[in-house]
Design a protein around this ligand. Sequence first.
Ligand code: FUL
Length: 409
Amino acid sequence: MSEQTDLPRPTPKQLAWQDLEFGMFCHFGPNTFLDQEWGTGEEDPQVFNPAALDPGQWVRAAREVGMRYLVFTAKHHDGFCLWPTDTTDHNVKSSPLPADRRDVVELVAAACQAEGIKLGLYCSPWDRHEPSYNDCAAYDEFYCCQWHELLSRYGPLVCVWLDGAGSQGHVYNWERIIGTIREAQPETAIFNMGAPDYRWVGNEDGLATDPCWNVVERRDFDHEHLLPEFRDSFPHWLPAECDARIRANWFWHESDTPSLKSVERLVDMYYCSVGRGCNLLLNVGPDNRGLLPETDVDRLLETAAELRRRFGRPLGEARGPAVGLEVRFDQPTLVNHTVCCEDIAAGERVRSYMVQVLTRGRWEGLAVGTAMGHKKIDRFATVLADAVRVHVARADGEPRFKSLQVFCY
Ligand code: FUL
């Protein structure tokens, strides 16, 4: 294995975003009150009337289940703005909410600040209400003004979510839009469009492929371009986020409570996203009261309890950066999970590895993998081990580890 220094590396902003790992997505707006997912833009702002609106309840739930960021739909495709924007009348000022409760983005930002959760905002490029949408240059101006307001009024945003849906055929001046965002908040991480800092994983089911490499061939792809097969020479660091729904839909619907995913399904989703080195952004839609449904909060708490049961306390831990990380036990110990983390600040170097256990005097392989990256969870049949180690079979340069943790549940 030769030392190599020209591998793509994450920027500090990307590293910080990857460390967030798990976040809550909240889709909320007129759709919540109309039993629909994609508003036409014709909705009467009077329908937006959450009588018990309390973003503090959303954010507390996020914190209690170990989420570290929350992405909120400041504007969805229907063009209705959940902050008192100066760019259009189609906003919360025209809703029945009392004057001091109208700036929903402000309420969410304050709740995040109080609970120590990072805030991200979604503001849909595709806008079905705004008449200037048909004039690309005029709409660029309008859309940049919206981002300018969002980035200057609500404190630091950890990310901005640029959704590609619905924009087919529309030409955006991405250079200008991205420039506006970067000028207002250079530290915010941009999702997927224009010149992104992180990318969409390619489905809405919380499933990353295994492997899901952090490096890609091009940064300028959008959700229509699937990634080609990985090559060592790929030049760009662009980690992936798995966005997924706790129910069948993004917005709350009275009728879709039965679609609430089981703890088993949500835990599995965690393995297939965070456990494959990606972030998981799990949507929980506030209901028409303006609260997360109790059923959904309970399901989240049960899921978090199960994750804590599995990963709360390692039986043993070895810290990097040495090659050949190894955990030794004082006495034979039952194990069935490992969590390996590369020190990705130095790039993604591991190309192939094996998890081995020392059992009755012999090293045996129990799991093999290719990408390790930010975090890799491997599970295997329970075995009695005297030691557990990671053997790197192939790497680009000297691998640098952060940690190897061993678990059993
Ligand atoms: C999609 C949108 O069309 C959905 O409504 C939702 O916002 C999801 C996160 O992204 O592209």
